[in-house]
Design a protein around this ligand. Structure first.
Ligand SMILES: C[S@@+](CC[C@H](N)C(=O)[O-])C[C@H]1O[C@@H](n2cnc3c(N)ncnc32)[C@H](O)[C@@H]1O
Length: 244
């Protein structure tokens, strides 16, 4: 099993797909913006759903295995949406000034460069990615980016979730996850455990502890204006907006 397959199953436990897709669609429509880039499209949630609703969305991700799963999901959904495979830092050379909205959601930013393979995230890569995102936007274009929710940043305890067993595609699936935070090192470690018909798979990924103040500081530093947080029903993470 690869991380992409695990993640695709994980999403089915973590999100109410309809609620999140509806609220992001509403947010996009309220902003009257049309040309969208999902820079961290992963396996296609919620980009494929948004494309199906008629939004003009371009998809990108740095992981070939996530994009394989993306293409499989797009085909099942009957959507033609060939994705780009680029690290965020390179997006600005291909898409300078092209988008009205750039989304980097699903708490992707804090895993910058450390998803396809487990490794430590460098703080500098967060700045470099945000700078690239800024360059991809048109004047007045909006970045939609998220980080860990405040309650999980301040909690002294690991964030544990064990979900009720489910039958998916005829298979019996158990899923649990835990996030450990090391404040001294400013890192998190996510450990996901998936059991499919009795066979157990475990994945581990490291990410950065990115406080809301730090994210806002970096956003302003690369040039974003009107940096603010926004409530999006169905999102688990803290969503921030910044305007080019
Ligand atoms: C936690 S997953 C979330 C995926 C998707 N947004 C979702 O909600 O299901 C993080 C995604 O960000 C991508 N990613 C992380 N760092 C990246 C980078 N530097 N450049 C491009 N993609 C990156 C990973 O490959 C992965 O698909």
């Amino acid at each position: 099993m690869e991380i992409a397959q695990l993640w695709d199953i994980c999403l089915q436990f973590e999100y109410d797909r309809n609620i999140l897709v509806a609220s992001i669609a509403q947010w996009i429509s309220n902003n009257r913006k049309t040309v969208i880039l999902d820079a961290a499209c992963g396996t296609g949630f919620p980009a494929i759903d948004l494309a199906k609703l008629g939004f003009q969305i371009t998809c990108n991700d740095g992981s070939t295995s996530m994009l394989q799963e993306f293409c499989r999901n797009a085909k099942i959904a009957g959507v033609t949406l060939p994705p780009y495979c680029m690290p965020w830092k390179d997006l600005k050379t291909h898409f300078a000034g092209r988008f009205d909205i750039l989304m980097c959601r699903g708490n992707s930013l804090i895993y910058s460069g450390a998803w396809e393979e487990a490794r430590d995230v460098e703080y500098a890569s967060i700045y470099e990615s945000l700078d690239s995102f800024w360059n991809c936007l048109k004047q007045d274009g909006i970045l939609y980016v998220d980080t860990t929710a405040k309650k999980n940043l301040i909690s002294q305890f690991p964030e544990r979730k064990t979900y009720a067993e489910r039958i998916l595609d005829g298979r019996c699936i158990k899923f649990s996850e835990v996030v450990y935070t090391d404040r001294a090192q400013r890192t998190h470690k996510w450990i996901a455990e998936l059991t499919i018909d009795g066979t157990k798979y475990e994945f581990e990924r490291n990410s950065l502890f990115l406080s809301h103040a730090d994210l806002k500081f970096l956003l302003r530093k690369v040039g974003f204006r009107k940096v603010s947080s926004v409530e999006i029903p169905g999102e688990h993470y803290a969503v921030f907006l910044g305007y080019r």
